[in-house]
Write a protein that binds this ligand. Structure first.
Ligand code: MF3
Ligand code: CO
Ligand code: CO
Length: 292
């Protein structure tokens, strides 16, 4: 059995057309050294090629378009089923596919999570947006086989000031997480920054559900903790594409999954929860947001 070893003058594995020595050889040497130092490093599988990044970037742009499109409809009086229909139709009109539909049996084209629903809320004709609601709309779009994933929050009518602050602070937490994501540094820094800020504000961060690698599939490695430990977890390498999507609760961190629908996650104590999500690509110069 032959062991595959790429030669210095062979074409690079990334498909750029250049010789290995002129492209990823130094990069691979760097990864090998980090691994020898005992660090967790990504496999080539989750380090995207330039062609894949171009595809994921386009999917991210399409996903942002879907989120922009739905925004003016997220108002008092509309049902979440109607929002689902609008997301579905618009996504198809772009020549794209809504990733949630039939994903592991999920029944709708978007996740809409209101108040104590942390994530994975299923749109329903019975749930009409009303004054006081805080709403997360989470869209994932497949374009030419690539995935972009992002979510935003909305405050409907008169919202309790503490809830409104939770919504704003959760966005700040996400942005702090992005700022903490540095090439060749650790993924744990991201969750650490998010959790530190959330705790300072008196909130709690959901532990069981995290961000994820994304792009070629909906959910890939690595799993992204929003708690995190500084200097721990996988090294963030240029070419990785992933989400950061903190869920932050006004009360306790514990969450429960609905036993009937198998999807809806709520806070155990009934306190409200907020979430924002971006898809990012890591570059040598830092993270770039490719869907928001
Ligand atoms: N968009 C969610 C995420 O950010 C995943 C939803 S899975 C679904 O990872 F099946 F509920 F759509
Ligand atoms: Co996601
Ligand atoms: Co999402």
């Amino acid at each position: 059995m032959a062991i595959f070893k790429i030669g210095r003058n062979d074409p690079c594995w990334c498909g750029c057309g250049k010789k290995y020595k002129a492209c990823h050889q130094a990069f691979d040497d760097k990864l090998r050294l980090l691994k020898l130092q005992g660090k967790k490093v990504p496999s080539h599988k989750i380090i995207k090629t330039e062609a894949q990044i171009a595809g994921i970037r386009k999917a991210g742009e399409m996903n942002t378009k879907v989120l922009d499109y739905i925004e003016p409809f997220v108002k008092e009086g509309i049902s979440t089923e109607e929002l689902n229909r609008l997301v579905h139709e618009y996504t198809l009109s772009l020549g794209c596919i809504p990733a949630p539909l039939n994903y592991e049996g999920y029944p709708k084209s978007v996740c809409i999570s209101i108040n104590d629903v942390v994530c994975h809320g299923i749109p329903s004709a019975d749930r009409i947006l009303q004054s006081g609601d805080i709403v997360n709309v989470d869209c994932t779009t497949i374009c030419d086989g690539y995935f972009g994933d992002a979510s935003r929050m909305y405050c409907i009518g008169d919202v309790d000031p503490a809830w409104k602050k939770l919504v704003e602070d959760t966005k700040t937490a996400l942005d702090l997480g992005v700022a903490a994501a540095k090439p060749w540094e650790h993924l744990g820094d991201v969750g650490y920054a998010i959790n530190t800020f959330a705790k300072e504000q008196g909130y709690s961060v959901v532990r069981e559900i995290g961000g994820h690698g994304v792009g070629v599939e909906f959910h890939e490695d690595p799993w992204v903790s929003h708690i995190g430990q500084k200097g721990k977890d996988m090294v963030l390498v240029p070419g990785m594409t992933f989400t950061i999507e903190p869920m932050i609760n006004l009360g306790e961190p514990d969450v429960v999954q609905d036993e009937d629908d198998g999807w809806t996650i709520t806070t155990e104590d009934g306190s409200p929860s907020a979430q924002w999500e971006y898809t990012l690509v890591m570059t040598e110069d830092g993270p770039e947001i490719i869907s928001h």
